[in-house]
Ligand binder design. Structure first.
Ligand SMILES: Cc1cc2nc3c(=O)[nH]c(=O)nc-3n(C[C@H](O)[C@H](O)[C@H](O)COP(=O)(O)O)c2cc1C
Length: 203
């Protein structure tokens, strides 16, 4: 960690949603192994130990529930990352939209206390706007950039341009004048209400 810090890193990303090998039927069909074959016991004790070794933020990536979000904040996490690893680890794991709504529904203050990032399945400008509306600060994309990179730097630049245009165009079409302030009223939350966990003060 000291070496990484010395080399100018701005933060550590701590992947917490791949603690062991996962079930991947398509990979098995083509006899391709899964690189996440090591089982690791990920605990908040490990986070606390790591925290004492660096002044950089450690961002847990793969926070999937409001309960884990609140526990992370209790441990001093300042930035956290909602993700289901691009749906690669566990079938039926919640989408970032569902996770962000679960937090918004049960503990909306989270979005003002810490920075929440999100990825997995983001493909269009409208996907980005929905996450911003719920309070997410920044959105990531995995495979779209991997595929764009088949065309090298030019492909990656083109994808960024397409996304920027889509975000701005969709914002304009929905009457949003500032993408830093996308109102939650933009979303019809009724469907999400059916699919997320309601804590009812049980944390
Ligand atoms: C081929 C591949 C390898 C990945 N390896 C890792 C990894 O080693 N660690 C990690 O945290 N996430 C890994 N991810 C997940 C991405 O960081 C990211 O969360 C995910 O791709 C986002 O979903 P999306 O691809 O639908 O945009 C990987 C994703 C892909 C497609």
């Amino acid at each position: 960690m000291a070496r990484t810090e010395k080399n100018g890193a701005k933060a550590f990303i701590w992947t917490i949603d791949a603690p062991s090998t996962s079930v991947r039927h398509r990979a098995a069909r083509y006899d391709i192994s899964n690189s996440n074959a090591v089982t690791s016991a990920l605990t908040w004790d490990i986070y606390d130990q790591m925290k004492n070794r660096t002044s950089l933020p450690i961002i847990p990536k793969g926070i999937n529930t409001v309960e884990d979000t609140l526990t992370a904040i209790q441990h001093g996490v300042k930035v956290l990352w909602n993700s289901n690893h691009g749906g690669r680890q566990l079938d039926h794991s919640p989408s970032p939209l569902e996770i962000a709504y679960e937090i918004h529904r049960n503990a909306p203050e989270v979005f003002t206390k810490v920075d929440v990032l999100a990825d997995s399945g983001v493909r269009y400008g409208s996907d980005v706007l929905k996450l911003l509306a719920l309070g997410v600060k920044a959105v990531g994309m995995g495979r779209p950039f991997m595929y764009a990179n088949c065309y090298g730097e030019e492909g990656v630049r083109r994808l960024m341009q397409i996304m920027k245009t889509e975000i701005l165009t969709d914002a304009q079409q929905s009457g949003v004048t500032d993408v830093q302030k996308v109102p939650v009223g933009l979303l019809n939350l009724r469907k999400l209400e059916e699919s997320v966990f309601i804590m009812d003060g049980k944390y």
